[in-house]
Design a protein around this ligand. Structure first.
Ligand code: BG6
Length: 462
């Protein structure tokens, strides 16, 4: 059997986030998070128990070791480490992560830790509005500093922010519940600007505390195709990528908005308020790598007619209009279509623009699943999805792009960002439903055993 071999030391991993996996939302001194207090519709699981990783963490790390993971892309819950507005760390929260990190290291698995993955302390939203206020910058930097000092030498790679686009646009995560659509957009861009300042300050703090460690953002890459070869459609696709992806990555890497975005925000009255000295902060650091989350591509056409405010805020624009891509295979949960080549197209653009090493921090296939009579999940569809995307990574590596790892979403089934447990991505099935958490017992799926072989061979079969 011939193997398409990956480079030695390639980081085969898997991914979760704290608020979607841990549960124990009010245990161990944890404060409430934005994601604990949002109203989840009746019949859909919230994250109060989630996958109950807080009580299954050891068994989960044992499964990771059995899988052969080299890296575990996980998150800290900000509200577990910093539960209130005093800025003081919660020793029990740090102790929970101590045991988890130490056990991962004992098993030879590198923890790649995200500081801020959608949830943030509700106490800070109550106290001053969260990211709407510049005060949030100081709290984030303090939180980052606590983590960098406490885990120095044990955590070698950090992620500043997961998907800044969603983190700031989704009111259930940011705590911004402004009803007026224009004011809401203004808030979003202001919050995102504050996140960028916080990110740069945190990167500088890490360089001082632990110069050996690496740090970077995780971006929800937007691979946007034009509906036709009409110039207007092509420009709409370019605009969409600038507004939904490069505006944040440019802030992370170059410390400024792309010219098109700066002009767009000024014209629309959305340009954030700044203070003297900000430009220096934004230019004061650069990331070591870029993490890439990719699930599907999108398709747009020229915008005609009035703005449709009845869609996610990041699609509310007169610069493009989201449309269907008829060329892609679709499923119930992957309704934009499955597009492995899109990963290559998107990462090539990122590499050509920034020249930084990249790791895929999320990529996965959602499906509604329940245990078969044989106690197994035969998820061939997920195996196919992962295989097709890993093949694209190999192509990138052969082209000379510095891609150093791959972390499918998700290691175990986790509660979806807003669609509960009906929508699962895990390599390991978690036995619970939306309405009945049961014991959250773990059952490796067929994709687990398939991925185990990929890792062992360091590549795919030809
Ligand atoms: C990414 C997030 O956007 O997509 C994850 O970083 C999220 O937190 C994942 O769960 C899948 O999205 P969803 O909405 O299907 O859970």
């Amino acid at each position: 059997m011939k193997i398409k071999q990956f480079p030695e030391g390639f980081l085969w991993g898997a991914s979760t986030s704290a608020f979607q996996v841990e549960g124990a939302y009010n245990e161990g001194g944890k404060g409430l998070a934005t994601t604990d207090v949002c109203n989840v519709p009746e019949g859909i699981a919230d994250n109060k128990i989630a996958a109950d990783h807080y009580h299954h963490w050891k068994e989960d790390v044992d499964l990771m070791a059995e899988l052969g993971l080299k890296v575990y892309r996980m998150g800290f819950a900000w509200s577990r480490i910093m539960p209130d507005a005093s800025g003081r760390p919660n020793p029990e929260g740090l102790a929970f992560y101590d045991q988890l990190i130490d056990y991962l290291l004992e098993k030879g698995i590198e923890p790649l830790v995200t500081l801020y993955h959608f949830e943030c302390p509700q106490a800070l939203v109550d106290a001053f509005g969260g990211w709407k206020s510049r005060k949030m910058i100081d709290f984030y930097v303090k939180y980052a500093q606590i983590c960098f000092e406490h885990f120095k030498g044990r955590i070698k790679r950090w992620v500043t922010v997961n998907e800044q686009l969603i983190a700031t646009a989704a009111g259930i995560m940011s705590g911004n519940h402004e009803k007026d659509p224009q004011k809401n957009l203004k808030n979003i861009y202001q919050m995102s600007y504050h996140v960028s300042l916080a990110e740069h300050k945190a990167m500088t703090v890490l360089r001082e505390i632990d110069p050996e460690a690496k740090i970077g953002p995780v971006c929800a890459i937007q691979v946007v195709y034009p509906q036709t070869s009409k110039t207007e459609d092509i420009l709409a696709a370019e605009n969409a990528e600038e507004l939904m992806e490069f505006y944040m990555l440019d802030m992370s890497v170059r410390g400024e908005y792309p010219p098109y975005v700066a002009k767009y925000l000024k014209e629309k009255g959305l340009y954030p308020e700044r203070e003297p000295g900000d430009a220096g902060v934004l230019k004061s650091s650069t990331p070591d790598f870029i993490g890439v989350n990719y699930y599907f591509s999108i398709c747009v056409k020229e915008k005609v007619g009035p703005i449709n405010y009845n869609q996610p805020p990041f699609w509310v624009s007169d610069a493009f209009d989201i449309c269907d891509n008829p060329y892609l295979r679709k499923t119930e949960w992957m309704d934009k279509g499955i597009d492995p080549a899109g990963l290559h197209i998107g990462m090539r653009k990122i590499y050509n623009r920034y020249g930084l090493p990249m790791i895929v921090t999320e990529n996965g296939m959602a499906y509604s699943e329940s245990l078969g009579e044989d106690g197994r999940i035969h998820d061939d569809y997920r195996i196919e999805y992962l295989k097709e995307h890993i093949e694209q990574l190999k192509i990138m590596i052969d082209e000379g792009m510095p891609v150093f790892g791959y972390c499918p979403w998700s290691f175990v089934d986790v509660v979806s960002s807003h669609q509960g447990f009906a929508k699962r991505y895990g390599l390991v099935f978690v036995d619970r439903t939306d309405t009945d958490p049961k014991q959250c017992a773990r059952y490796p799926k067929d994709s687990f055993f398939w991925y185990q072989k990929v890792i062992a061979r360091n590549g795919l079969e030809e």
